[in-house]
Design a protein around this ligand. Structure first.
Ligand code: GLY
Length: 365
């Protein structure tokens, strides 16, 4: 039995199915989408590729599989080209679908290929990491990286279905699982103080991947994201709150080199940074900032430069990378800042001095 969360986007709306032992592709019209390009990576495909192909075959669908190397480096224009070449060679037409089986990297890459191949074919997201389940598979953002920064080339392309089989989290390496918790904490900070409190109270059970708690948490995060995306699909306003912690996070990923920190780890550091900036700019109470840093640390996420293994990082390259962020206007990054746990404001301009001081503050703990 799957729990279903709807993303209400009219004719582009879709269901997020969350459950156990559920397979992707069930909402595809098997007669129309006869062929599916299954995109996965070298870690995930050996574990779940065959099960996925069997499920599709059982519905009369033929699968062509493309496997990319695991890791953020695979989010490249070269891989988009090779996926599109593979789709073309396999005779995929506009009625066919791309199925992204993997974590955030696979979802972003395969999603972008689905957005541009034949000017757009159907996309099914089958997230296999916690991070992809609660964030990147939902909402239609697809992208690849440039050397100048993360996700600088992309498209909005909503999936027709998201299927999150929680069983696959059992094989997720600990570091990857914990990295996903950074995005979960983010939902507590930006939207839901009750969720944040639940995470604080049940941190141990969360770390032990307690099955029913995890289902509740994934469903709650997806419901929050669905509500925000339905209000502002193309990020003209409120959707930008989902980027809490990401302005510094993306810059750190760029400066440290893709793959050194996992995305969630960089977001955790960015959230600790945003909490410091929020203290200075929005009067975030010290107690709230302490709770944010405390919860991140409780989960084993880095909330200081030392904890992230970046004790020697200097401000200047990070500042430059932040200025290249795609949410920058006129060279100034815009921040999402917290007023309290559960409430944030977006589009905040922050002076250079405050930004530099908050970065130096990240050396403290
Ligand atoms: N990951 C942020 C968003 O989807 O808007």
């Amino acid at each position: 039995m799957a729990r279903v969360v709807h993303v209400d986007l009219g004719e582009r709306g879709y269901a997020i199915r969350i459950g156990r032992d559920i397979t992707p592709g069930e909402t595809l019209d098997a007669r129309a989408a006869r062929r599916v390009l299954l995109v996965s990576d070298s870690n995930v495909e050996p574990l779940y590729g065959e099960r996925c192909r069997r499920a599709l075959a059982g519905r009369g669908q033929e699968t062509v599989t493309a496997v990319v190397k695991a890791g953020e480096d695979s989010k490249s224009i070269e891989n988009v080209k090779s996926l599109c070449e593979k789709a073309a060679a396999a005779g995929l037409d506009r009625s066919c679908a791309v199925l992204a089986l993997g974590g955030g990297m696979v979802g972003d890459l395969a999603g972008f290929a689905a957005a541009v191949f034949l000017r757009g074919v159907k996309l099914v997201q089958a997230p296999t990491s916690l991070l992809a389940m609660v964030d990147s598979s939902v909402g239609g953002k697809t992208a690849i990286n440039l050397s100048a920064g993360k996700n600088l080339v992309g498209a909005f392309h909503q999936p027709v279905e998201v299927t999150a089989d929680l069983d696959v989290l059992a094989t997720l390496p600990e570091r990857e699982y914990v990295s996903g918790l950074a995005e979960v904490v983010k939902y507590g900070i930006i939207w839901d103080a009750v969720l944040f409190e639940t995470l604080e109270k049940q941190a141990e059970a969360v770390l032990k991947r307690d099955a029913s708690l995890l289902e509740d948490i994934v469903a709650r995060c997806c419901a929050i994201k669905a509500e925000i995306v339905a209000m502002d699909e193309h990020e003209n306003g409120v959707r930008s709150i989902l980027n809490f912690g990401h302005t510094l996070g993306h810059a750190i990923e760029t400066v440290a080199g893709y793959g050194r920190l996992l995305h969630g780890e960089a977001v955790a550091l960015g959230a600790a940074y945003a909490a410091r900036v929020s203290r200075a700019e929005k009067g975030l109470p010290e107690e709230a900032a302490r709770r944010i840093v405390g919860l991140l640390e409780r989960f084993g996420l880095p909330a200081s430069l030392n904890a992230a293994g970046l004790g020697a990082a200097s401000w200047e390259p990070v500042r430059r990378a932040m200025a290249a962020d795609k949410k920058t206007r006129g060279g100034l990054p815009r921040f999402v800042l917290a007023e309290s746990v559960g409430s944030v404001v977006f589009g905040c301009e922050v002076g250079e001095e405050t930004l530099a001081k908050a970065f130096e503050g990240l050396r403290e703990s």
